[in-house]
Every structure is written in structure tokens, then in C-alpha cells.
Design a protein around this ligand. Structure first.
Ligand SMILES: [Zn+2]
Length: 269
């Protein structure tokens, strides 16, 4: 697309947006996010996000298959739920799934679904280490990194129509959900920005602290990833979560200040 037509699309979008806001007074516009401390421009309503997540889930089940081995799944889900309770984002329910495959990876899709590969679970030994991965992924949810990635891909015209459709009883929800496909699943596994990764680590430390996990689990998990990255085939999680040695340093700093920052919040939980 040429720069001119891109600019034109933007102009049309902003126009549509401003009139849509006038019409529906969308609560999702420019909302303050306590996870990031920023005002965020999220246009996709939560119900649309949850619908997208459900469709992508079917795709993941078809392509990889889920593990339903009770002991492993119970462990993952109970750790996940304990962390989800302290997440800054509570407008949807979090779900935790164990994905069949040797990949050393975990990822999150819109709507609060967190996927953990058996390959990664087998490399971790303690609940604190598993909590580190889940808390990081919940951090991506709370900071709305995941839905922002989709928002950027969906295209502004479509998002404009979603906002309009909100007025017309959920047509936008249907349209957004229909976008879920193999491509949407791939998008879930695609890279976040470096800044988003650090933010998810920071929030991960926060949620581990508030849920009462040992914060060293975060460092140990990153060290496991670092060791794995020295093998012949670096784990997939590192292609989406780069700079592991830098992340270890940043996480160590974060852990040092965690009790000072979060102690007063912990008392409320
Ligand atoms: Zn991440």
C-alpha cells in the first residue's frame, strides 16, 4: 500500500473512530491499565477477544492436541489459577492448557488462554519454575500485549467496523471471531517486542510475589532456557523471547525491589 493511501486510510479510520466513540462511548478506549501504568488504546472489546480465543483454541487442538494426563494438568492449572487471581486483568477467565509436543515453548492467545508445551514442562522441576513461565504469560495478558498484536494485524478498517457493530448488537464480535484461523494461531506464537518481553518479566515477578511463589524460580527458569539455547537447536521460546542473558539481569534487579514495591499490595490479597 502506498504511503498516501495508508495516510488516507488512517484519516478515514480516525474519522470513523471519533464518530463511533460519540455513538457508543466505548469504555475500552484510552483506558488506564494498572499493569502497565499507561493509558491504552484497545479497540477490540473483551467479548470479541474471548470469541477469537475460542476459535484459535480449536485450531491448536487440531494441530497439536492437548494433554489431559490428570496429575500434570492439575499441577499446571492450580499454579495458573493461583497466579491469575493476582493478575491486574480480571475482565475474563484465564485458562491453562498443556500442549502435546517436545517444543520448549509456552504462549498466550487472545481471551486469556495460556498454552504450555509438555517439552517445556519436562525441563522444569519445581512449582516456582512453572509459575515463572505462567506468570510471564499472564503478564502478557494483563499488559494486553497479546490483543495489541492482533489489533495491529487486523487492520484499521475492520476494527472501525467492529466499533460500529458494537452498536449493532455484536456483529463485530462475529467478524473478529471468524478471523481466527491457522494464521491467527501462528500470530499467537510470533514475537512480541523486546519491550513487551521485559514488561511481561516484570509483571511475572510481581504476580509470583503476590501469589507467594519463590522468585528465584524466575531466574532458574531463564537459566534453563539459556542452557537449552546452547544446544544444536535453540528452543522456539527463545525466538519469541530474545535476550535471555539480559532478561536474567533485569529479572534479578526486579526481584531485589519486589518486596518493597508489592508488599502493601500483598497484604490486601
Ligand atoms: Zn513473552
Amino acid at each position: 500500500m502506498s504511503t498516501v493511501s495508508r495516510k488516507l486510510r488512517w484519516a478515514v479510520f480516525i474519522l470513523q473512530l471519533s464518530s463511533a466513540v460519540g455513538l457508543c462511548g466505548c469504555a475500552t478506549l484510552g483506558e488506564f491499565n494498572s499493569a502497565t501504568g499507561r493509558k491504552e488504546f484497545i479497540l477490540i472489546p473483551t467479548d470479541a477477544e474471548v470469541s477469537m480465543g475460542k476459535n484459535i483454541h480449536q485450531e491448536i487442538v487440531a494441530q497439536y492436541g492437548l494433554v489431559t494426563q490428570k496429575a500434570q494438568l492439575d499441577r499446571l492449572q492450580s499454579i495458573g489459577r493461583r497466579l491469575a487471581r493476582v493478575s491486574d486483568r480480571q475482565d475474563y477467565q484465564y485458562n491453562f492448557f498443556l500442549v502435546n509436543g517436545k517444543d520448549i515453548n509456552a504462549f498466550t492467545t487472545p481471551g486469556g488462554n495460556v498454552y504450555f508445551f509438555v517439552g517445556l514442562l519436562n525441563k522444569l522441576t519445581t512449582d516456582d519454575q512453572i509459575a515463572a513461565v505462567l506468570a510471564h504469560e499472564i503478564g502478557h495478558c494483563a499488559a494486553r500485549h497479546t490483543i495489541k498484536k492482533y489489533q495491529a494485524q487486523l487492520g484499521y478498517n475492520l476494527i472501525g467496523s467492529i466499533i460500529f457493530s458494537q452498536v449493532q448488537m455484536g456483529e463485530g464480535v462475529k467478524q473478529t471471531a471468524q478471523l481466527a484461523s491457522n494464521a491467527a494461531m501462528q500470530l499467537a506464537m510470533s514475537a512480541y517486542s523486546r519491550q513487551d518481553e521485559y514488561e511481561a518479566d516484570r509483571l511475572g515477578v510481581k504476580y509470583m510475589y503476590l501469589a507467594g511463589y519463590n522468585l528465584n524460580g524466575m531466574i532458574e527458569t531463564l537459566q534453563v532456557l539459556e542452557r537449552e539455547s546452547k544446544g544444536a537447536k535453540p528452543p522456539l521460546i527463545l525466538s519469541t523471547h530474545p535476550y535471555v542473558s539480559d532478561r536474567i539481569k533485569a529479572a534479578q534487579e526486579e526481584i531485589k525491589s519486589a518486596s518493597l514495591k508489592y508488599q502493601s499490595m500483598a497484604k490486601k490479597n
